[in-house]
Design a protein around this ligand. Structure first.
Ligand SMILES: [Zn+2]
Length: 410
């Protein structure tokens, strides 16, 4: 088999396209393949499919293709243009690549698989592409996926704010809690951020939304009230949000107490921050002894932690009445503990009690939303190199959007 014929097979080319020339540059570790069509070939107008003769050719372009063994492989061609009486002069569709891509469709598929499996820097290294090219690929995949995604109304919507960069830079992430997919991302965490999601739907479609799980954040609640009927019955404060809130209060107590103790030369609480962040059953075995000792000591932090853990029993009740009773008892305890951060957190919770008790009407399981939440966090961590908010959004859609990312088969 001649090398041109071999490459016609490797590239999956069909008539009229054929391989004209193959150049192997061993020192550079690359193969260049030139592809051409016979004279007088007729091509379809990309808009109306009318078969037309070639009007002219664009400048030669190169597309990165799957490697041939360890050789980087580039396909070269001059894309023909046709002059359609209806649509004007248009570049014809090329069977190996989507318009405006610097990669063949087969390479894009591989790259998407690699980018799905590892972080951007590693993927770029494995694929021998630059960081910018990797982002370009992800952007294209997401744009393609979002364009193809049918509009569907989730029954259970999750709304989260995520820190997107330094300081007060936030994005709003809307998810379908049943499908476990991210449906919408908007800048900031204002009412308008969530409005932009609801505005995609008709009033009738919005009626299909049964519950919205979110943090105790008024702008989001306002948006739900502006778009959904019986909004207050549909707003559910999520367990991990509420527990996160209490965990933060425990941490504030710890910081204050540690400072006071350290000033008196007592280092009991030193380096204990992460111990208090675990829930009881998730504490790693190696920390158990120290943590047991800390809890037994007469520490404000231990008291705050016990109060936080007690709130968790709320979600184990089957009936609203019992759940409400637990919250009342808990509130009494929490507001009498003489720990200001805990008292403040308890009062906020009490103010939003309706959104806590609505859990019994919409017992949304924690797993979906929390899982999604921690995956977004992982994307953020693996991407210390995200240089901007747009990259962060792209990566969330890429990994969690439930999108069809591959280029369509030519
Ligand atoms: Zn046309």
């Amino acid at each position: 088999m001649r090398d041109t014929e071999l490459y016609r097979h490797l590239l999956g080319l069909h008539a009229p396209w054929r391989v004209e020339r193959v150049e192997l540059m061993v020192a550079d570790g690359r193969v260049d393949v030139w592809v051409q069509h016979p004279a007088r070939t007729r091509f379809a107008c990309p808009d109306c499919e009318r078969k037309l003769s070639v009007y002219d050719h664009c400048e030669e372009r190169a597309w990165r293709h799957l490697d041939s063994c360890a050789f980087l492989t580039y396909l070269h061609a001059r894309p023909p243009r046709v002059a359609c009486p209806e649509h004007g002069v248009r570049q014809v569709r090329l069977p190996w690549a989507e318009p405006h891509s610097r990669f063949t469709a087969l390479f894009e598929r591989l790259a998407i698989d690699v980018l799905t499996a590892c972080d951007v820097a590693s993927a770029a290294g494995l694929l021998h592409i630059s960081w910018d090219e990797a982002w370009h690929l992800m952007d294209r995949a997401v744009t393609r996926g979002l364009a193809a995604k049918p509009l569907s109304v989730p029954n259970h919507v999750g709304v989260d704010e995520k820190a997107a960069g330094k300081g007060q830079d936030y994005i709003t992430v809307v998810s379908d809690l049943d499908a476990g997919t991210v449906e919408h991302i908007a800048d900031e965490r204002r009412k308008a951020s969530l409005d932009s999601y609801f505005e995609k739907f008709t009033a009738e479609q919005l009626n299909e939304i049964q519950a919205v799980a979110m943090d105790m954040w008024e702008p989001y609640a306002d948006s739900v009230r502006a778009h959904l009927t019986d909004a207050d019955d549909k707003i559910v404060f999520h367990r991990y949000h509420l527990m996160g809130y209490l965990t933060k209060a425990v941490d504030t107590v710890r910081k204050q107490e540690n400072r006071a103790l350290a000033a008196a030369g007592d280092s009991s609480l030193a380096s204990s921050k992460y111990l208090w962040l675990y829930s009881a059953e998730n504490l790693p075995a190696r920390h158990r002894d120290r943590f047991a000792a800390l809890r037994a000591a007469d520490l404000k932090t231990a008291r705050a932690w016990a109060i936080k853990e007690s709130l968790r029993h709320f979600w184990s009740y089957q009936r609203r009445g019992w759940g409400a009773k637990h919250v009342n008892r808990w509130y009494f305890w929490a507001t009498h503990c003489r720990l200001k951060p805990i008292i403040d957190a308890a009062k906020t919770l009490k103010r939003h009690q309706a959104g806590l008790l609505s859990y019994f009407a919409h017992p949304i399981t924690n797993a979906g939303a929390e899982g999604l939440n921690s995956r977004i966090q992982a994307i953020r961590v693996s991407a210390r190199g995200y240089r901007n908010r747009e990259h962060f959004k792209t990566a969330i859609y890429f990994h969690l959007g439930g999108l069809q990312l591959y280029p369509t088969a030519p």
